[in-house]
Structure formats: C-alpha cells, structure tokens
Ligand binder design. Structure first.
Ligand SMILES: NC(=O)C1=CN([C@@H]2O[C@H](COP(=O)(O)OP(=O)(O)OC[C@H]3O[C@@H](n4cnc5c(N)ncnc54)[C@H](OP(=O)(O)O)[C@@H]3O)[C@@H](O)[C@H]2O)C=CC1
Ligand SMILES: CC(=O)N[C@@H](CCC(=O)OP(=O)(O)O)C(=O)O
Length: 320
C-alpha cells in the first residue's frame, strides 16, 4: 500500500526541499493543500488525520498545534521544529546515534536541529564511549548559510541592498538548541555556543575545539588517562561505520581550508574532520553539512524512509 505523506508547512524552506526530494518517488503519495488552504486549520486537520506520516515544517507553536489536531492513533509524525526535541515521549530522529530501529518504529519523531546535527555527530559518540567525560567544558562555534533562518532570513538576505557578510549572534547565550545539544550529547553542561550566519544560501560548518592537554591535570586529574586524537577518531569511525550519510574524513594532513561553494547544490552527506595539532595537545573537530540536507530536509526524508520501511537513502541526493 502506498504511504500517504502530508507536509504541513510545505511552502516553507524546509518543506519545499522535502517535497522536491520526494517529487520523483512512486512509493509515496503526497497529500497537498493549495495556496488558499495551506493555512486553513480545517483542511490541515483533515490532511493530518488522513495521512500515514505527517512531516511538520512549521514554527514551534504551529507544530504543537498541529500535533494537537491529530485525533487518531494511527498518524505518525516527523516534527522538523524545535518543539519536541527533548520531550521524553518523542523519539529523537538521529538514526546513526539513536538507532535505526528506534526511528523505524517511532510514532512521534523529532527531527534534529541543524546545528545540533553537526555538534552531536562529533560529541555524542565520544561521551558515550567514555573518551570525553560527560562534564567536559565544551565550546561549539558554527557558521550557517542564511537559509537556516527560514523564509524571513532568506528575504532579509535576498531583498536587502547590503546584507551583512558575517553575522555573529546569540551573543548573550540562551540559543534554542542548547538543551538539545546537552541532553542528546549526554553532557552535564550545555556547550558555550557561538553561531554565526554568512551570506551564502546553504551549508554549515560546526566546530568543537578541544584543549586536550590543558584539561589534563585539572579537574580530571593529572593521573587520568590522556585523551588522544586517535581515540577520538576511532570512536567516531566506529559510530558511523557503514553509514552512507555520515563519514569521517581520512586521517592525514589537514586540508588547507574547509569550504562550501556559494552555489553548492543540496547535499545530504555530513563529513566529520578530526584535526589534531602536531603535538596532539589540541584537536579541532569539525562537521561539514547542509543545513537543509542532513540538517533538516534530508534527515526528514531519511527518517521517513525508515519509518515507512523503505530504503534508508532512497530519494536523498547522495554522492555515490
Ligand atoms: N531552515 C533550516 O535550515 C531549518 C529549519 N528547521 C525547522 O523547520 C521548521 C520550518 O523552518 P523553515 O522551513 O526554515 O521556516 P519557513 O519560515 O521557511 O517556513 C515555515 C512555513 O510554515 C508556514 N506556517 C506558519 N504557520 C503556519 C500555520 N499555522 N499553518 C500552516 N503553515 C504555517 C509558513 O507560512 P508562510 O509561507 O505563509 O510564512 C511557512 O511556509 C522550523 O521549526 C525550523 O526551526 C530545522 C532545521 C533547519
Ligand atoms: C541561521 C539561523 O538563524 N539558524 C537558526 C537555527 C535553524 C533553525 O531553524 O532551527 P532548527 O534547526 O532548530 O529548526 C537559529 O539559530 O535560530
């Protein structure tokens, strides 16, 4: 039987990219609402209750309201918003970290945030494997394309004469992703999070620098085992072994730069770099991903495929 999918918020940035990924598929049928009805609650409630899987690409409050409109015990939900990411009765939709089976059987699934996807891919396996203590003081620097801010930010960048080329924000802390990073990272403390937006459309670089030597001999005890970049690499390689989506860049000389081209097409893979200093006293962990690929829309399609029992990567634009 063909799986019926309804994208609530299909005219938005994330929704459009999901629809374009699903457009050529014949194993799924899309329920669509025209421009006049896409924000009509009666039409939305009908679609939400008629579909097998609803993908919510809405602001947080609208996503909560959409879930409340579901009156049956059958419709399954993938929520791309922040609303349910640390809710205890929701499954966190990061199959490489939380398990494909958990995703495949989820009724209510929360799609990870874009920055947390890069952050958690780098940090969660290390904490889980005991390579990093759960109370390590972690910092995360990240740079996103402006599509990360949705339609409103796209308009700011594309309809303003001279938008900023670089915009650091969340300067007083309190970013909406902090809880998600802490909880799913297995961390005691939320990271110090320093995000920025640049004037390219898509893509993001998320970095977690670790001062390995500086931390030895402090609260973790001078006799404690040193954290070595080789252990970090081994933990990440084991976590993503066999994944076609998340991979660890080969060991060797660090690239001169990590870049995302201004006109880069959508991409769904995420590459993790382990970049130690020559003396291994420091390491920079860096994730390169598309905020609208593994950071949102591609991840939603991956989760949808697992939930519907379809090929995990069908419909994702994967290189190879
Ligand atoms: N952009 C990104 O890179 C990422 C986004 N997300 C999350 O995905 C969600 C959607 O984000 P994004 O696509 O960027 O946002 P957009 O603003 O681009 O799209 C949101 C869409 O939801 C529609 N909408 C708002 N309220 C309602 C409502 N009550 N009923 C029906 N439709 C409604 C909007 O309508 P209208 O067109 O009229 O404004 C718009 O089309 C957000 O929660 C965001 O946090 C997650 C990861 C990354
Ligand atoms: C560039 C930009 O503004 N990014 C957004 C995060 C992207 C997003 O919409 O958040 P989710 O990934 O949680 O859905 C922000 O920092 O609030």
């Amino acid at each position: 039987m063909t799986v019926q999918v309804f994208i609530d918020g299909a005219a938005g940035t994330t929704g459009l990219e999901i629809a374009s990924r699903l457009g050529q598929r014949d194993d799924l049928a899309l329920i669509t609402l025209d421009e006049q009805r896409r924000k009509d609650d009666t039409a939305r409630a009908e679609a939400l209750n008629d579909c097998d899987i609803a993908v919510l690409c809405l602001p947080d409050d609208a996503a909560r309201a959409a879930v409340a409109m579901i009156r049956n015990d059958r419709t399954r939900v993938i929520d791309a918003s922040t609303a349910h990411r640390v809710a205890p009765d929701w499954t966190y939709g990061f199959p490489e970290l939380c398990g494909r089976q958990a995703v495949a059987t989820a009724r209510f699934l929360s799609n990870p945030g874009c920055y947390p996807t890069g952050f958690l891919a780098l940090v969660a396996p290390l904490v889980r494997d005991g390579v990093l203590p759960e109370d390590w003081p972690i910092t995360c620097h990240a740079v996103s394309g402006y599509s990360g801010g949705g339609k409103a930010m796209i308009a700011q960048y594309e309809e303003t004469a001279a938008p900023p080329v670089f915009r650091a924000y969340a300067l007083s802390g309190g970013h909406k992703h902090l809880d998600e990073m802490r909880v799913h990272g297995g961390l005691v403390h939320a990271p110090v999070f320093a995000p920025a937006v640049v004037s390219g459309f898509r893509g993001m670089i998320v970095e977690v620098p670790l001062a390995l030597a500086a931390m030895q001999g402090r609260e973790h005890g001078s006799d404690g085992p040193a954290v070595d970049p080789a252990q970090i690499r081994a933990s990440l390689q084991a976590a993503y072994e066999g994944s076609r989506i998340v991979r660890v860049a080969p060991d060797g000389a660090a690239p001169a730069a990590l870049t995302i081209a201004a006109d880069t097409p959508p991409f769904d893979d995420m590459v993790l770099h382990v970049l130690p200093s020559p003396d291994h006293a420091q390491v920079r962990l860096v994730a390169v991903l598309d905020n609208l690929g593994k950071g949102a829309s591609g991840a939603a399609v991956q989760n949808l495929n697992l939930m519907a029992g379809l090929c995990e990567t069908a419909g994702l634009r994967l290189a190879g």
